[in-house]
Design a protein. Structure first.
Length: 284
């Protein structure tokens, strides 16, 4: 029969809610939702890759690895709460593997040997503690597949990361552990390359678009069926999205400033060292 396989797959979508399905929405509603979920996953995977690479190359972590206990708990808990198929759980597990890789690289190359064991012990109790917290908020604000708490906890987990990176740039006045590749991916006509300081029309944003696509999953649901997703339109949601996207929007400008300051400070230190060497030679 023509299009038999297509018809079999037409009913397969990512995390469909029964309250939406009951309204018999058009397939486009689910297709766009699927696209946004997949795009978000790919963008955040790239972001994790760039974080890991930069932490390895700089031997410095711009933040604390303990914060990843919350993201790992999120990926483990919601992998079983939100999903219905083995394939969907496997996709969540890929994120978890990138978290584990990031943690391993950070501990090995950015932490002192005497700090590693203590940090691992902290992570071992912090991950289940965060999972218990996610379970508790799910009982306080219950809904199907705990989408409400997944939305808010994901939103406010993202919030301190963006502002924290800005804080590190201002305090340190250098870019160790950070790069524009974490936020920007340059798609060039000859292939895929990355650039640390070039911001052009060809740039695509990993972290920024990752945040936006994650928000758009719920915004798309809300504008189509506001009665099923009313919490997306309240001020806690709108304000949280604005405050979360603000540091992501201005990050490149702070990065360029910190990069220039870092070079100026390095040149200044080099000049001081050269003067000391000259003074030592003249006395000799």
């Amino acid at each position: 029969m023509a299009f038999e396989i297509s018809r079999e797959w037409s009913s397969y979508h990512l995390i469909p809610q029964s309250v939406d399905v009951a309204l018999n929405p058009p397939e486009s509603y689910f297709f766009i939702t699927d696209f946004l979920i997949i795009a978000c996953g790919i963008l955040y995977t790239l972001c994790y890759m760039f974080y890991t690479i930069r932490t390895y190359s700089d031997r410095y972590l711009a933040g604390t690895v303990q914060f990843l206990s919350a993201t790992m708990a999120y990926e483990i808990y919601y992998a079983y709460v939100c999903t219905t198929t083995t394939f969907q759980r496997a996709c969540f597990f890929v994120w978890f593997l990138f978290d584990i890789t990031f943690v391993t690289v950070a501990l090995k190359y950015a932490y002192k040997p005497e700090e590693r064991r203590k940090t691992v012990v902290k992570l071992l109790w912090q991950v289940p503690a965060w999972m218990a917290f996610l379970w508790w908020v799910g009982t306080v604000w219950p809904d199907e597949r705990e989408q409400k708490t997944a939305f808010f906890t994901g939103l406010y987990l993202e919030l301190p990361i963006g502002w924290g990176q800005i804080l590190y740039l201002v305090q340190r006045q250098d870019t160790k552990g950070q790069s524009l590749e974490i936020w920007y991916v340059d798609i060039c006509s000859g292939g895929w390359t990355t650039s640390s300081l070039t911001i052009t029309n060809g740039i695509r944003i990993t972290r920024y678009l990752g945040c936006i696509t994650a928000f758009l999953v719920f915004i798309w649901r809300y504008v189509n069926v506001p009665e099923n997703w009313s919490y997306v339109g309240n001020w806690w949601s709108i304000g949280g999205m604005i405050v979360t996207l603000l540091p992501e929007t201005v990050y490149p400008f702070f990065y360029v400033w910190a990069h220039k300051k870092g070079r100026e400070n390095a040149e200044r230190r080099k000049m001081v060292d050269d003067e000391k060497m000259k003074a030592g030679d003249s006395r000799g």
